[in-house]
Design a protein around this ligand. Structure first.
Ligand code: GLU
Length: 226
């Protein structure tokens, strides 16, 4: 069991996500990481092995302040690939799509072979990285991240809760689940996702519990579940 936290807001969500990760520590983990979409629309990622405080220290040591109104964060419990910074989530495809994942993609080896044939380069030993590349491969000219996730998940066998952000769409956070828990926290003009409600209690007491097979398009103003 690992932890997912994500958010889309008018304010900088990094402190909310770090507090959320701390609140999910009880679930167990070996590493952690965060990706924000910054104001120049670049995906910025920081990951660290061990405790959340190591991630916090790395964030504090970066030259530029890590801030963003759209971000996803993760505590990892390795199932595929050793605990390491490279294997820590979020995983990013082609600088465009960032993914956090809880669960196991059982057919990842088959998907990885296909994706390598398509030219995708792998930076980790995880099963999760195929999720990022699959979503990237389904992004069409109009960069519809929801549509790309809807097509990508048809390829996956196994269990997942995922949070997805895309460089081309600063207004959308996509979440999906099958077999692993995920909740959406409803704020005022802001929304969050997490593996369980405890992560989000400092920011909201109102939740939507995603059911198996649900995909959510989450903006600051709206949540649409498909
Ligand atoms: N299977 C993924 C990995 O090994 C996710 C593990 C988790 O749920 O933390 O990276």
């Amino acid at each position: 069991m690992c932890g997912i936290v994500g958010g889309i807001a008018e304010r900088n969500v990094v402190p909310v996500l770090l507090e959320g990760l701390r609140r999910l520590e009880y679930r167990g983990y070996d590493s952690s990481g965060i990706t924000v979409l910054d104001e120049n629309q670049n995906l910025k990622r920081i990951r660290a092995i061990g405790k959340i405080k190591n991630l916090q220290e790395k964030i504090e040591q970066t030259d530029e302040l890590l801030t963003g109104r759209l971000a996803i964060a993760h505590t990892r419990w390795a199932t595929h690939g050793k605990p390491s910074e490279n294997n820590a989530h979020p995983h990013i495809s082609c600088d465009r799509v960032a993914v956090v994942h809880n669960g196991i993609i059982e057919n990842y080896q088959e998907l990885k072979t296909q994706q390598q044939e398509q030219g995708y380069l792998f930076e980790s030993e995880t099963d999760t990285e195929v999720i990022a590349h699959a979503i990237h491969s389904h992004l069409t000219a109009n960069n519809d991240v929801l549509a790309a996730v809807q097509l990508a998940i048809l390829e996956f066998e196994g269990a997942y809760a995922i949070g997805v952000t895309c460089k081309d769409d600063p207004n959308t956070l996509v979440a999906a689940r099958k077999g692993s828990p995920l909740v959406i926290g409803i704020g005022i003009g802001e929304h969050f996702i997490a593996s369980d409600v405890s992560a989000l209690l400092p920011v909201t007491q109102q939740f939507i519990f995603l059911e198996d097979g649900d995909i959510a398009r989450i903006t600051r103003e709206e949540v649409n579940i498909f």
